[in-house]
Design a protein around this ligand. Sequence first.
Ligand SMILES: Nc1nc2c(c(=O)[nH]1)N[C@@H](CN(C=O)c1ccc(C(=O)N[C@@H](CCC(=O)O)C(=O)O)cc1)CN2
Ligand SMILES: NCC(=O)N[C@@H]1O[C@H](COP(=O)([O-])[O-])[C@@H](O)[C@H]1O
Length: 245
Amino acid sequence: MSDYASDTLNDLTPEPTGARRVVVLISGNGSNLQALIDEQTHDRLGGEIVAVISNVADAYGLQRARDAGIDAVVLPHGEYDSREAYDGALIKVIERHEPDLVVLAGFMRILSSRFVQRFHGRMLNIHPSLLPAYRGLNTHAKALADGVAEHGCSVHFVTEELDGGPVAIQAVVNVSGDETETSLKEKVHTREHLIYPIAVKWFLEGRLRLVGETAVLDGTPLPPHGLRLSHADAAEELDEDHDDA
Ligand SMILES: Nc1nc2c(c(=O)[nH]1)N[C@@H](CN(C=O)c1ccc(C(=O)N[C@@H](CCC(=O)O)C(=O)O)cc1)CN2
Ligand SMILES: NCC(=O)N[C@@H]1O[C@H](COP(=O)([O-])[O-])[C@@H](O)[C@H]1O
């Protein structure tokens, strides 16, 4: 086990140049997209969301994009014969926008190896659990059924292994004795809306990178659970940026 405290990897990733461009993939409500839009609106995202793409035609996140003047594109997966065919079309739509970063924000499709390789190292996902616990779907119900005392959310680099990519940031929430799936989902959502903009900003600033199979922040490899940010720390991180305005 390497010593995360002292290791510093020789990071060969070139520094980002020019205005950093973000494409966001969604399938539903888009509250995480809205959190990113809000940071962009205050010039604090570190780049520009240039397109929002949904596989679901009536995803409310598309309206959020339109309201923000962002190109909103629907690419229905049901119109393609296979996952590979869909992903091929999705790659073409994304590449037209020349992104530096692809952000999955409630995008509910498992991506093919071809797609993941195309954007390897520059694709993030927000997952509603403390990975590696509860990969996949229905995470809140599973956590409640197991009676865990802590739950949360993770921002991770996307790899071929579903929800198995290196974790960048996590937020932990306490699960109360009378917690419901709805109350737990709300707790987690609140923290998602803090840690995702932070992770996106850090990537666009060149601070957060995927080096090999390790998430690296400011040249230092992160532990398997990433950087654990408390609610106060995350809010301060965003507020500090606000103070810089
Ligand atoms: N290759 C990868 N693809 C995706 C990853 C990943 O890490 N590697 N992250 C997911 C996001 N996700 C959880 O965070 C997730 C999304 C979708 C599914 C899933 O089972 N999808 C089904 C359809 C479900 C539905 O339509 O309701 C499917 O694609 O057949 C699991 C986890 C994004 N993709
Ligand atoms: N496995 C993927 C997954 O479950 N992602 C989850 O979907 C929700 C999307 O909410 P939003 O559309 O309001 O951002 C978020 O809670 C995100 O963690």
